[in-house]
Structures are given as structure tokens and as C-alpha cells.
Design a protein around this ligand. Structure first.
Ligand SMILES: [Fe+2]
Length: 190
């Protein structure tokens, strides 16, 4: 008799991202953890540490996600201290924890060990599934907007301060883990 396949170990979102506890709204905290957990259950990966940043960037996504989260909070702190710019911490932390959560369903390891897109990764834009699950768990539009606009591939640029902070620190981190993907072009207009 064969034994039933063992269910995958759940992840502990508060251990992976201790800043989860800094979210003041308990319902939002639960929703962020549940969104990550649902995506993890759908994921073909069994060890979160092995999930890469992208099909192009082999560096693991977990330290990338953690560094982006830390930098986003640091920028919000500096903005507030120096310029009195108010940033919604709950929205910023929730969005930073979730921005790349859908990577666990967007790609997988191909037969030759290379990272390849999954069917979902081919059919949906990056961050769509994190946004979809976040809505299912009742997360507010302000957070879903940040998730959907945090990538340069998105059709829209983030409209809020939380979204803009996340967008730029994410790009800064790509320089640290991979290389500079931006180039300067000069346009001469009359
Ligand atoms: Fe991302």
C-alpha cells in the first residue's frame, strides 16, 4: 500500500518577515500571512530558500524580498524625519512583504535544472496572483495597487508614495543582486 503524499510544510510568514508584526491592523496582518500561505500551497517549490529572483536572475528571492522590505521602511523613516512626509506604514509593510510572493507560482525548475515560467507565469503578468489572492483575503485597493505597479513591466506607474518607494528600492536592490538594468538616454528637442 502506498502512503498518501505528505502535504507540504506551511511557511511561517512572521519568521520569514519579522516586520509583519509591525503592521498595526490585526486583520491586515492575518490577510498578508494568508495571502503568502495560499500562494505557497499552490507552488511547485518545496523549499522557499531555493526560489530564485526570476528566470533571468538566479539569486534567491527571499533575501531580495527582505532587503527591499528593509530599504522601504528605511526610506519611509528618512522621509518622515527629514521632510515630514507621511507614509502609511501598514500599507508599505504589507505591500513590501507581498510584492514578490507570486514568484512561487510564476516559475519552477525545468528538467535541466534551469528556471522556467510555469503555466501561470506564462499566462499572467508578474504580481497578478499576489494581487488576486490579496483581494480574496480582503486587502485594501491601496495595497493591491502597489503590488500591481511595483514592476517596470506594469502598464501603470505607482500613484502613491508607498508605491513609489517600493518601486525605486526594488530597482536599487536589483543593482545589488544582479546588475544595473537602467540606462541613460539623451533626447534633444526643439
Ligand atoms: Fe517583483
Amino acid at each position: 500500500m502506498t502512503s498518501a503524499p505528505k502535504a507540504k510544510e506551511p511557511i511561517d510568514v512572521a519568521v520569514l518577515f519579522p516586520q509583519l508584526d509591525d503592521i498595526a491592523d490585526p486583520k491586515l496582518r492575518e490577510g498578508v500571512a494568508a495571502t503568502w500561505q495560499d500562494l505557497w500551497e499552490m507552488s511547485p517549490w518545496t523549499r522557499i530558500e531555493e526560489v530564485p529572483t526570476s528566470t533571468e536572475i538566479p539569486y534567491p528571492t527571499l533575501p531580495h524580498n527582505r532587503c527591499v522590505l528593509e530599504m522601504a521602511i528605511a526610506v519611509a523613516d528618512a522621509f518622515e524625519r527629514h521632510h515630514g512626509v507621511k507614509v502609511n506604514r501598514d500599507y508599505l509593510i504589507a505591500a513590501a512583504i507581498l510584492q514578490d510572493a507570486s514568484k512561487v507560482v510564476e516559475f519552477e525548475r525545468g528538467p535541466d535544472g534551469k528556471t522556467v515560467p510555469t503555466a501561470l507565469g506564462r499566462e499572467y503578468p508578474h504580481a497578478f496572483w499576489a494581487a488576486h489572492m490579496a483581494l480574496r483575503h480582503g486587502l485594501p485597493d491601496e495595497i493591491v495597487h502597489v503590488l500591481l505597479t511595483h514592476t517596470p513591466q506594469a502598464a501603470k506607474f505607482p500613484a502613491t508614495i508607498e508605491g513609489k518607494i517600493l518601486y525605486y528600492v526594488d530597482q536599487i536592490d536589483v543593482i545589488g543582486i544582479y546588475k544595473d538594468r537602467w540606462r541613460k538616454e539623451l533626447f534633444i528637442t526643439k
